[in-house]
Design a protein around this ligand. Structure first.
Ligand code: AMP
Ligand code: GLY
Length: 424
């Protein structure tokens, strides 16, 4: 069986790594992949958002199943395009992926499905947006409607900041078309949690809860990033909370999408803010999270290929998905300066030749240059440690992280800190 994974980050490395363990021993391809994925899959130099190029490759290579990692090809309609030609693909259609690609659409779904979320107003015109922002209680959250690589959200603590965020988005178009419409939202004060679920449009199978670390610095300080690390399972996501989210968030969202004529198949990601024990949805994503995937998939006991096929073939109700009773912690190593300006092309030293049972080095922004592997992005590596306890997993992740070096490397030293402060 031939499988193509679309994407080039740590999430896709983790997906390829998990699929490589399938008892069905599939032949793996990745487009475009990276220097780490190369050891497990044939990397194909087609960009993740080149839908026509990907389709041509899949047809010529007779790929049996395509699995989409990032949101961009989903929002472009890769699933619709593949289905037109009867090509098997894992992920939601363009219509269903709007739950991530448009925050206004996402709020509409939540409204129809009675899902708890922060109160918000959307604006197409700058004047009323500015007036509303000027009067809103503080802090207030200003969000670009469309896809902005995780950068389209501003938590403003002053009126000036709030109005500047509206101007940046609508007048200065810092997020391009994505920011021409904005959402102005109430600030929720709580703790964040990610619950992702596999769904075939009818059955929902939640994964273990994870927590991402969005800020660049220790103690959750500094600017937001694509994610500096994650851990799983997050103790905040108790069994009772997971059941509540499945019942009150995931099923209602999937059912609302079906009723609207755009059934969702793939991974639905709920980004939650837990306020005094009550989960509110901050955002939905239409795919697996990065770096959450790097801690969730290592704990999946069931063959990932079996799960993906059950989703694509609408028979998830017949599958039992099992998890290892362990923990995982992922530490992301970034290029110095990220999420601002950073250098690439730095030689990475100390990379382990193989992954072992308790530590995996997932590549994100890496490239092969001759015999060396060099940095090629802001987030460079995600090192996942596994263990019986969170402490063991964290120690394992940092043991391996400390053995890897490149000029300007940065990583947080406190990944999973919230879980530990919870215990004391
Ligand atoms: P989003 O892309 O909507 O998940 O927003 C990115 C980040 O902004 C979230 O992970 C939160 O840290 C923060 N955020 C978004 N919406 C809110 C809100 N209503 N209240 C507090 N923080 C928020
Ligand atoms: N970790 C957040 C995301 O994947 O959007």
């Amino acid at each position: 069986m031939k499988i193509l994974v679309v994407g080039s980050g740590g999430r896709e490395h983790a997906m390829v790594w998990k699929l490589a363990q399938s008892s069905r021993t599939p032949t793996l391809y990745c487009a475009p992949g990276n220097a780490g994925i190369e050891s497990l899959a044939t990397c194909v130099s087609v960009k993740a958002d080149d839908v026509a190029g990907l389709k041509a490759f899949v047809q010529s290579e007779k790929i049996d199943l395509t699995v989409v990692g990032p949101e961009a090809p989903l929002a472009l309609g890769i699933v619709d395009e593949f289905r037109k030609s009867k090509l098997k693909i894992f992920g939601p259609t363009k219509g269903a992926a709007r739950i991530e690609a448009s925050k206004v659409f996402s709020k509409e779904i939540m409204g129809r499905a009675n899902i708890l979320t922060a109160a918000a107003q959307s604006f197409d015109q700058i004047k009323p947006a500015l007036s509303y922002a000027a009067l809103h209680e503080l802090p207030v959250v200003v969000k670009a409607d469309g896809l902005a690589q995780g950068k389209g959200v501003m938590v403003a603590t002053t009126r000036e900041e709030a109005m500047q965020a509206v101007r940046d988005s609508m007048e200065h178009a810092v997020f391009g078309q994505a920011g021409q419409r904005v959402l102005i939202e109430r600030f929720l004060d709580g703790e964040e949690l990610t619950i992702m679920a596999f769904t075939d449009g009818r059955t929902v199978v939640p994964m273990l809860p994870a927590q991402d670390h969005k800020r660049v610095g220790d103690g959750d300080t500094g600017p937001n990033t694509g994610g500096m690390g994650a851990y799983c399972p997050a103790p905040l996501g108790t069994k009772a909370l997971r059941e509540q989210v499945t019942r009150q968030v995931l099923y209602p969202a999937v059912e609302a999408l079906s009723r609207m004529g755009c059934p969702f198949q793939g991974v639905l990601y709920a980004g939650l803010m837990v306020v005094k024990g009550t989960p509110y949805v901050l955002e939905f994503n239409a795919r697996m999270g990065d770096p959450e995937t790097q801690v969730v998939l290592p704990l999946l006991k069931t063959d990932l290929l079996e799960v993906l096929e059950a989703v694509v073939e609408h028979r998830l109700d017949q599958l039992t998905v099992d998890w290892h009773d362990e923990t995982a912690v992922c530490v992301v190593m970034t290029s110095g300066g990220y999420p601002g300006v950073y250098q690439t092309g730095r030689v990475i030293r100390g990379l382990p030749a193989t992954t072992d049972a308790t530590a995996m080095v997932f590549h994100a922004g890496t490239r092969r240059m001759g015999t060396e592997v060099v940095t090629a992005g802001g987030r460079v590596l995600g090192i996942t440690g596994r263990g019986k306890t969170l402490g063991d997993a964290q120690a394992e992740a940092y043991r391996v992280t400390k053995s890897i070096a490149f000029e300007g490397a940065h990583y947080r030293t406190d990944i999973a800190h919230r879980a530990f402060s919870r215990h004391t």
